[in-house]
Design a protein around this ligand. Structure first.
Ligand code: NDP
Length: 273
């Protein structure tokens, strides 16, 4: 099975569903990447701060899949924001992964107190124009942050990767993204399993004969989001990709919409620096 692709606003496209590498130990990363690609995934979500870009590259080279079939994302960490340090951080990520360029480079967090995300964004635009990265986007940006970077150069990020799960549905950001042609990509899409036992999830899972995790991933897919669940288990990877053979009804989608609590599992981008 392979996920369908979503169009990006720069003419490229991204597989809708991929797998993430946060908290995957470096010594297991090559295996997870190899197993993920063998299972049919074509999108890998990495980051410099995850400490496993070397394993990402090893897994990529070991898998029987051509490099140009795989979409690789990585991210510039907070303390590397600013022109010179971003350029250096991108070079270091490429060297660790072992690629001449990656498909998508994100600014990991806006870090408003550092006051450098606009300079970092301009640097990513230059790196894209130089061919070091194919597409550029952001992560954890709020509407106000997006307005700043779009307003400055008129270059719209292709994607904003944000915390999104049934308890934190991000309606305002999703609407802004839709208006501006930005793909919403959901991180911690399973929400630490906190909604697995909710009636709306359990009932849908029973009806379609799938797991609560698959119902939640299907909900992301039907919202039109890109989604990057993580599993270090081959069976978990396969299960999480198997969400294209069934659909949730409008009533089931509406039932999940009511699970919003506004609770984050991760930091608040307004104060995380
Ligand atoms: P997920 O929501 O993907 O959940 C991962 C956890 O759920 C693991 O403990 C995993 O355990 C378990 N799990 C996976 N599949 C299943 C399943 N089918 N049934 C039951 N349990 C399951 O969380 P993450 O926080 O890792 O988020 C996904 C990715 O998003 C990250 O890996 C990273 O790439 C990205 N991310 C980005 C952030 C950002 O700031 N931009 C912040 C956080 C994450 P097991 O391994 O045993 O399957």
């Amino acid at each position: 099975m392979t996920a369908p692709r979503l169009s990006l606003n720069d003419g490229k496209s991204i597989p809708q569903l991929g797998f993430g590498l946060w908290q995957v130990p470096e010594d297991q990363t090559a295996r997870v990447v190899r197993e993920g690609l063998a299972a049919g995934y074509r999108l890998i979500d990495g980051a410099a701060i995850y400490g496993n870009e070397v394993g990402l590259g090893e897994g990529l080279r070991a898998a029987p899949v051509a490099r140009d079939e795989v979409f690789v994302t990585t991210k510039v960490w907070n303390d590397r924001q600013g022109e010179a340090s971003t350029r250096q951080a991108v070079e270091e990520s490429l060297a660790r992964i072992g690629l001449p360029s990656v498909d998508l480079m994100l600014i990991h967090w806006p870090c408003p107190e550092r006051g450098k995300f606009l300079e970092t964004w301009k640097t990513l635009i230059a790196l894209r124009d130089e061919g070091k990265v194919t597409s550029i986007g952001v992560s954890n940006f709020r509407v106000a942050d997006l307005e700043v970077i779009i307003g400055e150069k008129g270059v719209v990020p292709v994607l904003n990767q944000i915390e999104l799960h049934p308890r934190l549905q991000q309606a305002e950001l999703r609407a802004f993204h839709a208006k501006h042609g930005i793909v919403t990509q959901s991180w911690t899409p399973l929400g630490q399993g906190k909604s697995f036992g909710a009636d709306a999830i359990r009932a849908a899972a029973a009806r379609v004969g799938k797991s609560p995790a698959q119902v939640i991933l299907r909900w992301h897919v039907q919202l039109g989001c890109s989604v990057i669940p993580r599993s270090t288990r081959a069976a978990g990877l396969a299960e999480n990709l198997d969400v294209y053979g069934f659909a949730l009804t409008e009533a089931e989608m509406a039932g999940i919409a009511k699970l919003e609590t506004g609770e984050r599992t991760g930091p608040d981008p307004a104060v995380f620096n």
